[in-house]
Ligand binder design. Structure first.
Ligand SMILES: NC(=O)c1ccc[n+]([C@@H]2O[C@H](COP(=O)([O-])OP(=O)(O)OC[C@H]3O[C@@H](n4cnc5c(N)ncnc54)[C@H](OP(=O)(O)O)[C@@H]3O)[C@@H](O)[C@H]2O)c1
Length: 375
């Protein structure tokens, strides 16, 4: 089980909090903010006092966290809910969290205050982070958040915060899957299953850009979309003969197999692999497939897995370069974004957990609660 943190540390939140709503639908009222320095001003946040279902999420007041010398205090403009945020909140993904624990991993915002050891950042800079809310760090679902300077990146000019925050997690995940764990090589065959989803979209685009021959599976309605991203062949995953079609589409075998659907049918995956091929697992937290050990070792293949939660700050910074390039050129975007007020965080967790967000990303905007301008 994740452990509660000890005494107040970097970005620590004193325990006093004022609940406004508990797992309830969004409210729109807001108290006038007192005219005090940002380090002591209370803020609205979505937090839990213990791990559990979405109903544990309280939307209420917490003190603004205090940045340390190498930290940056950020005004959150947009945050989002990823499947992993529900895993952390429920305890399915075990990671240390301090209570009261602000949920949420990703943010786009504006710098309010930068410590002396955070010289790359100045008040007013537009920035983003995709590694809050786990491993002892407080989360992003608040009006303000403290981010360590080595986990914070500048947002390219002119990029819409809601559009950006929706892409951060899937795009960084796709980069890590291909380049940190998949060792994608130019001219190789990469099979992306679930290619039209959030992560799949970026996997196809990046693998094709890196020179791979991308074979993809997606719903028939998404075939053109996936082809336009750079896939050489797109097969309907619902087709009865999809296995045979995949074998025909990959005559020399698959060098890298990535399944975003979480089905993780290792029998088929290993059968499709070329000699020395690799399966990278990163979805399907509850999957328990059978492993075809014989064919796997006889072909000298590898199965590995990863979660972005374990990526180092250096790996995330490298991925951030790719994410910023994608944000700046705008070619790869999340297909559908729904914006909600921050006070709807519990509802958003319910939707993500219940699978009600298929095909779209939920973006939470603290500015909508304040009734103010977003961005
Ligand atoms: N390990 C990590 O660090 C990490 C990071 C980010 C995400 N993830 C995980 O990655 C997974 C994908 O996330 P996402 O945001 O990309 O989800 P998503 O947008 O829902 O994409 C999943 C895709 O899989 C497709 N699909 C469903 N059943 C399929 C099947 N039998 N064969 C092939 N494709 C199928 C879906 O198509 P339809 O639309 O037709 O249903 C959808 O396009 C999630 O499980 C998430 O938790 C892991």
């Amino acid at each position: 089980m994740p452990a509660a943190g000890g005494g107040p540390g970097r970005g620590a939140l004193p325990r006093a909090s004022v609940p406004v709503t508990s797992g309830a639908r969004p409210g729109r009222s807001r108290r006038a903010a007192p005219a005090v320095p940002p380090t002591v001003e209370p803020m609205r946040a979505a937090f839990v006092e213990r791990l559990g279902p979405p109903e544990e999420i309280v939307y209420g007041e917490l003190p603004t966290p205090r940045p340390g010398p190498t930290d940056v205090l950020v005004e959150v403009i947009a945050t989002t809910v990823n499947p992993v945020d529900a895993f952390v909140r429920s305890g399915l993904f075990a990671t240390p969290v301090p209570f009261p624990f602000v949920v949420g991993r990703d943010l786009v915002g504006r710098v309010l205050q930068a410590g002396p050891g955070a010289a790359d950042f100045s008040p007013g800079d537009m920035v983003w982070c995709n590694s809050l809310g786990h491993d002892g760090r407080q989360g992003a679902a608040a009006e303000r958040a403290v981010v360590a300077a080595d986990r914070l990146y500048h947002l390219p000019p002119g990029v819409d915060p809601a559009t950006a925050v929706a892409l951060l997690h899937p795009a960084a995940t796709a980069h890590l899957a291909l380049f940190a764990h998949g060792r994608a090589a130019l001219g190789r065959t990469v099979l992306v299953e679930g290619a039209a989803g959030n992560v799949g979209t970026v996997l196809v685009a990046l693998a094709a850009e890196a020179g791979a021959r991308v074979v993809a599976t997606a719903a028939a309605r998404d075939a053109e979309y996936v082809r336009a991203l750079g896939a050489a062949e797109v097969l309907d995953y619902r087709a009865e003969d999809v296995g045979e079609r995949l074998r025909a589409a990959c005559p020399d075998g698959v060098d890298l197999h990535l399944d975003t659907s979480g089905r993780n049918d290792l029998g088929t995956s290993v059968d499709l692999l070329a000699r020395g091929g690799r399966v990278v697992l990163f979805a399907g937290a509850r999957a328990r497939p059978e492993l075809p050990a014989g064919p796997l070792y006889m072909k000298g293949c590898t199965i590995t897995g990863f979660v972005i939660s374990h990526a180092t700050a250096a790996q995330l910074a490298e991925a951030a370069g790719t994410v910023n390039r994608l944000l700046a050129d705008g070619r790869v975007r999340t297909r559908s974004v729904e914006t909600l007020p921050l006070s709807a965080t519990a509802e958003a967790h319910r939707m993500v957990e219940g699978g009600a967000t298929r095909g779209r990303r939920l973006v939470l905007l603290p500015g909508l609660d304040a009734g103010g301008v977003v961005g």
